[in-house]
Design a protein around this ligand. Structure first.
Ligand code: ZN
Ligand code: ZN
Length: 582
């Protein structure tokens, strides 16, 4: 049967090919190899062993490997490559180690694959050892190995080293560019990701959809709408395929950069939409406080779209919370459990507590937390509760929430700030003092706030009292003039919610030069009168800036959109879309 004609060697190889990745036929052929005495034929054994590995028969693969008396470089390279490709990264490392034990010199392919495996399991230490081997063996400037190293270091969050390897590459491959850009983007260094993408553009390097998905996500992080639009245009002009991944990235980018109308246009133009696309659209509306529109999309989804999943429900419940749609939210929540069989996770509970809390139903919010049976209330739930207590000035529940929160996260400065604000509101100044003492004892400081603004496709970052910008004198003067005009029509600086440990004078000064105010002043100076100003803030917008921005929108007749940690604020003609609840 198996043995045939004049070239038995060849026909065994064909049997192996025919066996594919099915373990039974592979073992049958293995038996034939033994019977026909071909157990030293490396081409046959290489094919057999890589097929066994691809068939996920790892124990068999190992046994085969260790039985071969003369494994060569090609066999090892193929095997390491296959195990990395078929998601057996640990085995890839084992085979690599055995290769060294057998005194076989690794090839460029073997290095590339084993480094990739290290990246996939974040095996930082081993990866660095392999990097040493690369240099010793003279593969330091092999572009495949280098690209794998860039990706490995980026995945292990060692972006500086990744960048060093990247910069040393004489010829950068698309994989290297994409790994570096994705590395920056996934580590929250959106600015660096964007800068590198601009470099890629200037170098005339052809990018692909993987690059664009990373860059769009970076644009979302810093609110770089201009660049996001450029990418959208590029996709249209070059007739690139808009698959659900790219489409979702575009919708999220427009949504998170503050242009929800454009997000909807992209959404409507799609012929194919998956769950993530629908969810992205719901979430975009939700962030902007357009709860009814989010509900409309949700209804359409239930009628014509894929079945909503757990994440979809987080998006719709959060939309209800941000728009005060309490009764709608309640129905959605019940339906999620009853009709869709989804067990609420922490995120769903956070939305519910947030929704009741914002709506002023503090007791109901508290009851919801107490009813949480399957999930232990985490810090996010108590943060929502605490925020609501502050909003509605409920000291008793606020203290309960704060104590629960501090029991979970005793080192989080933001919780102490909220607690002390609640005490301050109730006029309990001795308690305020106490919280302040605890913070000093623990050496806790409020996280640093910053705001970004995009002007002419370039993003500018401002922190509080920042004087690093070359035009900062002009910016400060402009801002002072602006605040003077606001004061003339009734604005008074608030200080209630600002950190209690600042002395009065510092307080006013710090408030006046908050990062978002500096970014706004810069934006007003540098953009056309009829354009919309978009600012992204990493923390929650403070009360004073919120009031000030309303006045500024009135004084300057400009529309200002601010994305803070929680949601969007659209300031126009002296009012904000959040109706002062955020
Ligand atoms: Zn502020
Ligand atoms: Zn607002």
């Amino acid at each position: 049967m198996l043995t045939s004609s004049n070239n038995p060697h060849r026909s065994l190889y064909q049997y192996l090919i025919r066996a594919g990745h099915r373990i039974k036929p592979l073992q049958q052929t293995h038996a034939q190899i033994i019977i026909s005495g071909k157990t030293t034929s490396l081409p046959l054994l290489t094919k057999l062993i890589t097929s066994a590995c691809a068939a996920d028969a790892i124990v068999y693969t190992r046994r085969l490997l260790f039985s071969i008396s003369n494994p060569d470089s090609f066999l090892f390279s193929s095997l390491i490559k296959t195990s990395t490709k078929h998601n057996h990264p640990v085995d890839s490392l084992v085979f690599y180690q055995y290769m060294l034990v057998c005194n076989v010199e690794p090839s460029s392919h073997a290095f590339t694959a084993v480094i990739k495996a290290c990246g996939n399991i974040s095996a930082k230490r081993i990866g660095k050892i392999v990097h040493c081997h690369v240099l010793v063996n003279g593969y330091g400037s092999d572009r495949f190995v280098q690209a794998a190293l860039v990706s490995f270091y980026a995945k292990c969050n060692e972006l500086k080293v990744a960048r060093e390897v990247f910069d040393e590459m004489p010829q950068r491959s698309l994989v290297a560019w994409n790994s570096m850009i994705a590395g920056y983007e996934q580590n929250g260094l959106a600015d660096d990701a964007i800068r590198l993408f601009c470099m890629m553009r200037e170098d005339g390097f052809q990018f692909d959809s993987v690059t664009l998905v990373s860059v769009l996500s970076a644009c979302s992080q810093v609110g770089a709408l201009g660049l996001g639009c450029w990418i959208h245009n590029y996709i249209n002009c070059n007739k690139l395929l808009v698959d659900p991944t790219i489409a979702t990235s575009l919708i999220s980018m427009y949504g998170r950069c503050g242009d929800v109308t454009k997000a909807r246009q992209v959404f409507d133009s799609l012929s194919r939409k998956n769950v993530i696309t629908w969810t992205a659209m719901i979430s975009s509306y939700g962030m902007h406080g357009y709860g009814n529109k989010a509900m409309e999309i949700f209804r359409l989804m239930k009628l014509h779209g894929p079945t909503p999943n757990s994440v979809t429900f987080i998006a719709i419940l959060s939309a209800c919370a941000h728009s005060g749609l309490v009764s709608e939210g309640r129905l959605v929540y019940t339906s999620m459990i009853k009709d869709y069989g989804i067990i609420p996770k922490m995120e769903h509970h956070v939305c519910m507590v947030d929704m009741f809390g914002r709506g002023g139903l503090l007791n109901e919010a508290y009851q919801h937390i107490q009813d949480m049976k399957l999930v232990k209330p985490g810090s996010a739930v108590w943060t929502a509760m605490l925020g609501a207590c502050k909003m509605h000035k409920n000291v008793d529940l606020g203290v309960i929430a704060a104590n629960n929160l501090l029991a979970i996260e005793p080192q989080h400065p933001g919780h102490y700030v909220l607690l002390s604000n609640i005490y301050a509101m109730a006029g309990k100044m001795d308690q305020v003092e106490m919280v302040r003492d605890v913070m000093i004892q623990k050496g806790l400081k409020k996280p640093v706030g910053y705001a970004t603004i995009e002007v002419d496709q370039k993003t500018y970052l401002f922190s509080m009292g920042d004087k690093s910008h070359p035009e900062s004198t002009t910016i400060y003067r402009f801002l002072d003039d602006l605040m003077k005009k606001c004061r003339a029509i009734g604005y008074t600086p608030a200080s209630e919610s600002v950190m209690h440990e600042l002395e009065e004078e510092e307080r006013v000064h710090a408030l006046r030069y908050h990062s978002e105010k500096l970014a706004l002043a810069f934006g007003l100076m540098k953009t056309e009168q009829n354009s919309i100003i978009r600012i992204v803030k990493n923390l929650r917008v403070c009360e004073d800036c919120h009031v000030a921005f309303k006045f500024i929108s009135l004084v300057t007749k400009r529309k200002i959109i601010v994305r803070d940690k929680l949601r969007f604020h659209h300031f126009d003609d002296g009012a904000c879309s959040c109706l002062d609840y955020w």
